[in-house]
Design a protein around this ligand. Sequence first.
Ligand code: NAI
Ligand code: MG
Length: 356
Amino acid sequence: MTKKIAVLAGDGIGPEITAQAVRVLDVLVRDGLEVQTESALVGGAAFDAKGDPLPDETLKVCESAQAILFGAVGGPAYDALPRSSRPEQGLLRLRKHFDLFANLRPALVYPELAEASPLKPDLVAGLDLLILRELTGDIYFGKPRGIHVNDAGEREGFDTMRYSESEIRRIARWAFEAARKRNRRVCSVDKANVLETTQLWRDVVTEVARDYPDVELSHMYVDNAAMQLIRRPLQFDVIVTGNMFGDILSDAASMLTGSIGMLPSASLNASGFGMYEPIHGSAPDIAGTNRANPLATILSLAMLLRYSLDQEAAAVRVEQAVRKVLAAGARTADIARPGEKVLGCSEMGDAVVAAL
Ligand code: NAI
Ligand code: MG
């Protein structure tokens, strides 16, 4: 059966970067990969056309597919909308609908691009870390939440950090399983000294670790983890953490590699269905100018091939093509040094297609 990928380009640079990933996929299809794509609207683009950031048609397209390739959503044009109509809702609802609880964010420093890191080369050379962020719980979804007027008559905002044991256990298992295929070290990040929810987090992760005696578990408070990521990033193999801490730490980790435009991500559920997207947003400041780096999206496609389509060889082929163009000096503006020749988004796509 030919497998299907739902392509949701979204807003801003979304259409520019996903177009390059689809070109890469076309090469693989030409060479025999049995995959078809179907595009659908999401985010602001869907709100403009249908009045809803995640229309039913889009959800149907995703449900009939094995995986979603997602660009980015959002932009200043939508900032004044009520929260339920905001483009980001398209993303959050997809994550919830498909129960995409495991968010994988690898941060790799390619030897071909070591100079792009703002840290000294010896601090990041060989960096290969995986941040595993829980994606469907925590303070982003916990209730109650709101803004009300308190007893003192002033406005007060509140959110609820919340994790159940089973939610913690399944992401912890993912972390230990992933570590087994890597360097067998898991660092669980929490704030157990202050927050009850994360004390439970620490307890449950420790329980799960008993099933993985071959994997070394350490715990770190999130503030220290933020510092350690910059001070000595090579100490980490797999970092597992909750939704909010993972959001922040993974953006920090992205800069270790030089550019947010290089980092792919996968969001998976228990049955292997996944959504794959670059970790950056819609970059409204450069949208429509052919200046975006499409490599994060192309590398997200590689993760899609690996995790949802079980096409490891094709995934490796795409990753090697990316490394080849980097080694040959191909640079978009975000990863170029002053004076270096700069490629546009579509020219970087050309280079990867040629390398394939
Ligand atoms: P952003 O990631 O869109 O941009 C941050 C900076 O990085 C900008 O200077 C941008 O030009 C640059 N950048 C991002 N991706 C790039 C790429 N591929 N190549 C070269 N440079 C790149 O984050 P920002 O500015 O905070 O948010 C812009 C919009 O994106 C907002 O509406 C936000 O809500 C939305 N957003 C959407 C996300 C998603 O769809 N998953 C994630 C994060 C933000
Ligand atoms: Mg973020």
